[in-house]
Design a binder for this molecule. Structure first.
Ligand code: CA
Length: 234
């Protein structure tokens, strides 16, 4: 059965490898590079399984697991730690924090796939089988599907680059609030493209162009940055 999986990993190579294997298994995968982004993804969508690295920029994977376990409505999320921290005491700490399983790096792809299968079996066994509805972020006529990286304007699909999609998600998460260039940079960094200073303007320009009729969802706040309009007609 296909699961919705969140991958929290800051090393791009590892992240891409994990995503590749999960997608081959037919899972819907959302991949992020920090706990901050993971919180955003969790706020926007429901996941069955999270694969979490320990050492991340900012808050650690273990912090993320503890906070996830504290929030009652996330109880059913299965968590697999995937980390270079492989001392017995680390494994104990990871499991005690709330991870269901633990895999040390460097890892064998076959073992990763088997662990995910095992966790998936358990999830499928405990869940009702009704098709879960896909999460949608609605910004007026602009609809974002964070799980599948799809965007539609007035029902028409729009093809965005990963950086543009992350930019749009970052702005939509803070709808109404102005995001500075620096905060946008930190949120879209990690796609193999390093974004600096005015490059954000280029991305926003490209994004707006692609959004067509929905372009006015994003407002420029002169001298500060950008925001998604606070009140949008559905
Ligand atoms: Ca790491």
């Amino acid at each position: 059965m296909s699961q919705k999986i969140l991958v929290v990993e800051d090393e791009v190579d590892v992240r891409e490898l994990v995503v590749l294997h999960l997608k081959r298994l037919g899972h819907a995968v959302t991949a992020v590079g920090s706990v901050e982004e993971a919180r955003g993804a969790m706020a926007a969508a429901r996941f069955d399984l999270a694969i979490v690295d320990w050492m991340l920029p900012g808050a650690s994977g273990v912090d993320f697991i503890r906070e996830t376990r504290r929030s009652r409505d996330r109880g059913e999320l299965a968590i697999l730690m995937l980390t270079a921290m492989s001392e017995p005491k680390d494994i104990v700490e990871g499991l005690d924090a709330g991870a269901d399983d633990y895999l040390s790096k460097p890892f064998d792809a076959g073992v990763l796939v088997a662990r995910v299968r095992a966790l998936s079996r358990r999830i499928s066994g405990t869940q009702d089988t009704a098709a879960p509805s896909m999460e949608v972020v609605k910004l007026g006529q602009l609809h974002l599907y964070p799980e599948t990286y799809e965007v539609k304007c007035c029902g028409e699909p729009i093809s965005l680059t990963p950086s543009e999609f992350k930019l749009l998600i970052a702005l939509s998460k803070s709808q109404g609030r102005v995001l500075t260039r620096d905060s946008l940079i930190s949120q879209i960094q990690g796609e193999g493209v390093s974004v600096v200073g005015r490059t954000v303007d280029t991305h926003v320009f490209g994004l707006r162009k692609k959004l067509g009729d929905c372009a006015d969802v994003i407002e420029t706040v002169r001298g500060v940055g950008y925001r998604v309009k606070p009140d949008l007609e559905a």
